[in-house]
Design a protein around this ligand. Structure first.
Ligand SMILES: *[C@@H]1O[C@H](CO)[C@@H](O)[C@H](O)[C@H]1NC(C)=O
Ligand SMILES: *[C@@H]1O[C@H](CO)[C@@H](O)[C@H](O)[C@H]1NC(C)=O
Ligand SMILES: *[C@@H]1O[C@H](CO)[C@@H](O)[C@H](O)[C@H]1NC(C)=O
Ligand SMILES: *[C@@H]1O[C@H](CO)[C@@H](O)[C@H](O)[C@H]1NC(C)=O
Ligand SMILES: *[C@@H]1O[C@H](CO)[C@@H](O)[C@H](O)[C@H]1NC(C)=O
Ligand SMILES: *[C@@H]1O[C@H](CO)[C@@H](O)[C@H](O)[C@H]1NC(C)=O
Ligand SMILES: *[C@@H]1O[C@H](CO)[C@@H](O)[C@H](O)[C@H]1NC(C)=O
Ligand SMILES: *[C@@H]1O[C@H](CO)[C@@H](O)[C@H](O)[C@H]1NC(C)=O
Ligand SMILES: *[C@@H]1O[C@H](CO)[C@@H](O)[C@H](O)[C@H]1NC(C)=O
Ligand SMILES: *[C@@H]1O[C@H](CO)[C@@H](O)[C@H](O)[C@H]1NC(C)=O
Ligand SMILES: *[C@@H]1O[C@H](CO)[C@@H](O)[C@H](O)[C@H]1NC(C)=O
Ligand SMILES: *[C@@H]1O[C@H](CO)[C@@H](O)[C@H](O)[C@H]1NC(C)=O
Length: 411
């Protein structure tokens, strides 16, 4: 009997020991894919021949894979834009005709060559910052009268800082900060922190999105802006331009694990995929529906956010990069990200908001259970099993006892 109990415990411990490595291999799903990431500013520019206007910069990130390359281009000419180009070559290049690029009316002034190697390209553009007076605390700008809205901040009219000064070639990051000319921005800024990744991982700070070698991240921060009303809330308008498949729908996935992003059980992904949804996703923008009201947030500083349904936009976004690469004959889609919900504090309480989005190629990364959660699950499921087994053993012991007593007299 003791041996049976020992076996049961033995089995249980083995089960626990086995689940942890198996779960880590689940988490490490695809972690072996690595890219060699390098950053360069203003590719091919001879600044003596073509001086850059203030606030214009073009960051090029090359993420070299085994037999393909991902190019990321972050540009502050006009509305800030991130262009992702995937090629099947390991020697594809970015070619910029700088004089034409700076005039902003010439399609083809920025190319990724050889053009036949381009497999996929898509741009995400930050076009407008909307501010509205939420007098009735509905946090629902889609159902507010136009009179509730202030004149939106056009990001194309912002004065942007020098990307070159904020470049960190080892961490693969850069910070692009800009401000509007109005009084509200005299001590405020809107910043985009760009990060490129060579391998799978997670950011330290919330929302700690899972990234991989095929993705890059933008963290938007709205800091120190003087709101135009005491009950002001903000929305950010995003537009996407693609070569074949526009980013046409947002999928919302649910999870039962919020370990990496406390209290958030959803992830939203704006995907570029063929009409038939069974086909694989070509590229995406992914986010958790949460913004934070302080730079180093605690739990209470999280505020939910919502996206509007993507719509077709008649015009190309006002980005020099998009015009130079795609030209005018492209389909544009757009949506608004609204920060905060009814009952949450207004912007004036902290004068800060941050929100993070991942932009990448292929299928978006999927959060899996962490080893901790798996161990908890194993204990949670294993303990009742152990009790049932032990119970069974005890019953057997009791049933067996009278039998041995019956046999004894015969002996
Ligand atoms: C990244 O993209 C490459 C090329 O399409 C693909 O082979 C690889 O599996 C992808 N890796 C991940 C982690 O998605
Ligand atoms: C990555 O690229 C750099 C510069 O091109 C090169 O020196 C380095 O050897 C590459 N590393 C790998 C692992 O390919
Ligand atoms: C690139 O490598 C992947 C596996 O790493 C392979 O599936 C694919 O066919 C290769 N593509 C080309 C164009 O060689
Ligand atoms: C672009 O602008 C320049 C100067 O503003 C002008 O000379 C040129 O004709 C324009 N090109 C096109 C294609 O509109
Ligand atoms: C706020 O609520 C009042 C009373 O319900 C209503 O009359 C008013 O139109 C609302 N204002 C806005 C901007 O929705
Ligand atoms: C932004 O810039 C565009 C083009 O330069 C101009 O037409 C528009 O009036 C400006 N908008 C604001 C709000 O300043
Ligand atoms: C960027 O900054 C570095 C050092 O700060 C400088 O050497 C380099 O010339 C700058 N590049 C551009 C394109 O301005
Ligand atoms: C900006 O900051 C300065 C110094 O802290 C202060 O004097 C000024 O009033 C502030 N401006 C606004 C619009 O808050
Ligand atoms: C905002 O609230 C403060 C204090 O409650 C008040 O002094 C100020 O006038 C209000 N500002 C606006 C624009 O309503
Ligand atoms: C923010 O607005 C609220 C609502 O009007 C007001 O009560 C509060 O005093 C304002 N807070 C600050 C710091 O101005
Ligand atoms: C989508 O699927 C339907 C039927 O499943 C098919 O008739 C249609 O051609 C497909 N569309 C595309 C773009 O593949
Ligand atoms: C974003 O919201 C504003 C204000 O409601 C609206 O005018 C604009 O069309 C929206 N943009 C998109 C792309 O839905």
């Amino acid at each position: 009997m003791a041996a049976e109990i020992l076996y049961t415990i033995h089995f249980y411990v083995l089960f626990l020991l086995l689940t942890v490595p198996i779960s880590s291999s689940f988490i490490g799903n695809g972690e072996s894919y690595r890219r060699n990431v390098s950053l360069e500013m203003n590719p091919g520019l001879n600044s003596l021949l073509t001086p850059l206007p203030p606030g214009v910069g073009l960051l090029h990130v090359r993420a070299l894979g085994k037999n393909n390359t991902l190019h990321y281009l972050l540009c502050s000419q006009g509305a800030p834009a991130l262009l992702l180009v995937h090629t099947s070559s390991i020697s594809s290049k970015v070619e910029v005709d700088w004089p034409a690029f700076l005039v902003q009316n010439t399609t083809g002034s920025l190319k990724v060559t050889p053009e036949s190697s381009v497999l996929y390209s898509n741009a995400l553009v930050f076009t407008r910052l909307w501010e509205y007076d939420d007098v009735n605390d509905t946090a629902d700008p889609e159902h507010l009268p136009p009179s509730s809205f202030f004149q939106p901040y056009e990001l194309q009219n912002f004065t942007w800082g020098d990307l070159n000064k904020t470049l960190d070639p080892t961490a693969h990051t850069a910070l692009l900060c800009g401000r509007d000319a109005s009084e509200s921005f005299s001590n405020g800024s809107l910043c985009l922190k760009f990060s490129a990744f060579d391998v799978e991982g997670r950011d330290q700070g919330w929302p700690s999105l899972l990234h991989n070698a095929n993705s890059s991240q933008l963290r938007v921060g709205l800091d120190g802006v003087v709101p135009r009303s005491n009950r002001s809330r903000f929305s950010l308008e995003l537009q996407a331009v693609g070569d074949t498949q526009p980013m046409s729908r947002v999928d919302v996935l649910r999870s039962i694990d919020d370990e990496y992003t406390p209290s958030i059980f959803k992830v939203s992904q704006w995907v570029s995929s063929p009409v038939n949804s069974t086909s694989p996703v070509l590229g995406y923008a992914q986010w958790k529906p949460v913004a934070y009201r302080r730079p180093s947030p605690v739990f209470e500083d999280a505020t939910p956010c919502r996206h509007s349904t993507p719509v077709n936009v008649a015009q190309l976004p006002p980005s020099g990069l998009v015009l130079a690469y795609f030209g005018v004959e492209r389909q544009t889609t757009g949506l608004n990200m609204t920060f905060s919900i009814t009952g949450d504090p207004f912007y004036n309480t902290t004068n800060y908001l941050s929100w993070t989005v991942l932009v990448g190629l292929g299928s978006p990364p999927v959060d899996s259970f962490s080893p901790l959660v798996l161990v908890i699950m194993a204990v949670g499921l294993g303990t009742p099993m152990l009790i049932i087994l032990l119970g069974g053993v005890c019953v057997c012991v009791r049933k067996n006892r009278p039998q041995t007593q019956v046999y004894e007299p015969i002996n």
